[in-house]
Write a protein that binds this ligand. Structure first.
Ligand code: ZN
Length: 89
């Protein structure tokens, strides 16, 4: 018995829309984002919606995700600039 639904989109590796690195992520609502970018985009959206700015504890978390993007070869500045509620200008 095949595990139906697992390969529903028929996609394999793609370039993350956030950081540009090749990634393979199947469970992110169809967004072509790696795990880190998807998580940061969700957090960015949350702060956009509720009008709050991240507190220092949250920033430790977000910066660790950003570091992970860089460690894996992603474009950190691009991720930072696309999440302006987390990293304002
Ligand atoms: Zn990414």
């Amino acid at each position: 018995m095949k595990d139906q639904g697992f390969r529903r989109a028929g996609k394999g590796v793609f370039a993350c829309e956030g950081c540009g690195r090749p990634t393979r992520q199947s469970d992110n609502n169809g967004c072509e984002l790696c795990y880190e970018c998807y998580t940061l985009a969700g957090e960015d959206n949350t702060h956009n919606d509720d009008g709050t700015t991240p507190d220092p504890t949250e920033m430790v978390c977000y910066n660790s995700f950003l570091k992970a993007v860089g460690d894996k070869g992603g474009d950190v500045e691009r991720v930072r600039s696309s999440n302006r509620y987390l990293w304002p200008l």
